[in-house]
Design a protein around this ligand. Structure first.
Ligand code: PHE
Ligand code: FE
Length: 295
């Protein structure tokens, strides 16, 4: 896996530029400029409009329950009061991506690292790395859901364990995170809905993941997911659909140690493949897909 970066952001006339450091920080709320609050507000409003009827109800209701609004960038300390009372999760401010083991350890202890800085106005539609909008708007609401809250803690504990096993175990575990926490879809009586943070924080992918004919939409299967490569520079070729959050808990409850050994004997599956035993909600046309670049 890539060496994780530890970056600090400093405001300059070129926007927030990276300075390398290891710090975990208190959210410097007073330093946000009007422009930053406006970026939050613009993204918040646009995504909320788009996500009614597209994101799952648990996500939308949690945002309201937490008191998130387009008016200003939320304060971590205020959100922590509500989160603490509801599921015991707490947000901590960070500069960017953390070393894997640190990240897992935070999750295992119900701490969710949130990038404190927000993208520049010219990055509204796309940014390569997670910023405040992705982390806070995308990831934090479902931490209010008791089942999802438990899943995230269990994932952190599983991560600490996988880290001690070998790098291959981490590759397989990371795919699970990618296809659930970041890019998951959920089946509901009203139809497919989004719960993945990578989707809800992106206008393009919110539409594409549900409405485009290009990608596959396949029923979630733990082992299948952990074998499947993914995309980091394009929309996903495949989305996996869960039946409910309980399914995530149930599927991941067993000890993964023998599973990691089994997975090592099996080939990875290309991001866009559909297999004979997949439960197919939609078989993608593959239109617009790039041939290489699966991670
Ligand atoms: N049960 C897994 C293990 O034993 C841990 C895990 C839980 C992994 C939830 C992912 C999600 O390693
Ligand atoms: Fe994320």
């Amino acid at each position: 896996m890539n060496e994780p970066r530890r970056v600090e952001r400093q405001q300059t006339d070129k926007g927030y530029v990276p300075v390398y450091t290891t710090a975990i920080v208190e959210q410097p709320w007073d330093s946000y400029r009007d422009e930053d609050h406006a970026t939050w507000g613009q993204l918040y409003q646009r995504q909320r409009e788009l996500l009614v009827g597209r994101a799952c109800d648990e996500f939308l209701q949690a945002q309201d329950a937490m008191g998130m609004s387009p008016d200003k960038i939320p304060r971590f300390d205020e959100l922590n009061v509500v989160l603490g009372k509801t599921t015991g999760w707490q947000l901590i401010g960070v500069e960017g991506l953390l070393p894997e083991l640190d990240f897992f350890d935070h999750l295992a202890n119900r701490r969710f690292p949130v990038t404190w800085w927000i993208r520049r106005p010219d990055q509204i539609d796309y940014i390569e790395e997670p910023d405040l909008f992705h982390d806070l708007f995308g990831h934090v609401p479902l931490l209010m859901n008791p089942l999802f809250a438990d899943y995230m803690e269990a994932y952190g504990k599983g991560g600490v364990k996988a880290h001690a096993i070998d790098p291959e175990a981490l590759v397989h575990l990371t795919r699970l995170y990618w296809y659930t926490v970041e890019f998951g879809l959920i089946n509901t009586p009203g139809g497919l809905r989004i719960y993945g943070a990578g989707i809800v924080s992106s206008k393009g992918e919110s539409l594409y993941s549900l409405e485009s004919d290009s990608p596959n939409r396949l029923g979630f299967d733990l082992q299948r997911v952990m074998r499947t490569r993914y995309r980091i520079d394009t929309f996903q070729k495949t989305y996996f659909v869960i039946d409910g959050f309980q399914q995530l808990i149930d599927a991941t409850a067993p000890d993964f140690t023998p599973l990691y050994q089994q997975l090592q004997q099996q080939d990875a599956i290309a991001a866009g493949d559909v297999r004979a035993d997949d439960r197919v909600y939609h078989r993608g046309t593959g239109e617009g897909w790039l041939n290489d670049g699966d991670v």
